[in-house]
Design a protein around this ligand. Structure first.
Ligand SMILES: [Fe+2]
Length: 206
């Protein structure tokens, strides 16, 4: 599998495209929409959107087990590569949740500390969204430069990525990001997750 490593601010943002998500999109989508009907959501960065509980890896349905296992294995592989860790380095998937954003919903700027690595996997997005302004499209994820001084010292303070169905991003948990609103009838559905590096958990008291 090919992974791109974008270094817009000198910060790694790893990107892979998972064809399996498109192949099982209908099944995943209906499981996640069903979850919203039956489970209590929680309030985090979500503005108007629905944020599930963050332990979806504990669910027993096949589709959640498959998603959890794939995110755990692939995320672990990418993080070990990025951190130059040995193959047996322990990486834990510490949280996994879904965001369902109906028209007008967005996610406020936030980071995922004290975790080490975080990510998102897109289940249902408009792959050709309208552009609003400054190269930002509806439903884009925006990352903020940790040293947000802009020109002439640094690149533009934010970079916007337009995800496709099956796009997975993995990035350091300290990296501030947000999700732009969209205005289509179809909800924007994405999974989000955090990883912990086992050695760090054993070494530090937090
Ligand atoms: Fe986030």
């Amino acid at each position: 599998m090919k992974a791109d490593n974008r270094l817009h601010f000198g910060v790694p943002i790893l990107e892979v495209q998972l064809d399996d998500i498109k192949a099982r999109q209908t099944e995943i989508r209906s499981a996640l929409l069903q979850l919203r009907e039956t489970e209590q959501g929680i309030q985090r960065s979500n503005q108007r959107g629905w944020h599930s509980q963050d332990d979806l890896f504990n669910r027993s349905e096949d589709i959640f087990r498959w998603l959890s296992q794939m995110i755990f294995e692939l995320g672990g592989k990418l993080i070990r590569h990025a951190e130059k860790l040995p193959d047996d380095a322990e990486i834990l998937l510490s949280s996994l949740w879904v965001n369902i954003n109906e028209a007008g919903a967005w996610n406020a700027p936030h980071a995922h500390l004290p975790c080490e690595w975080s990510g998102a996997l897109y289940i249902d997005v408009n792959e050709n969204p309208p552009e609003s302004q400054s190269g930002i499209h509806d439903g884009d994820i925006l990352f903020f430069d940790p040293i947000p001084v802009g020109a002439p010292y640094r690149p533009a303070t934010t970079v916007a990525y337009t995800p496709r169905v099956g796009t997975m991003f993995i990035f350091p948990s300290y990296l501030l990001h947000m999700v732009a609103p969209h205005f289509e009838e179809d909800p924007r559905i994405s999974l989000a997750f955090n990883f912990r590096i086992g050695d760090n958990l054993k070494r530090f008291a937090r």
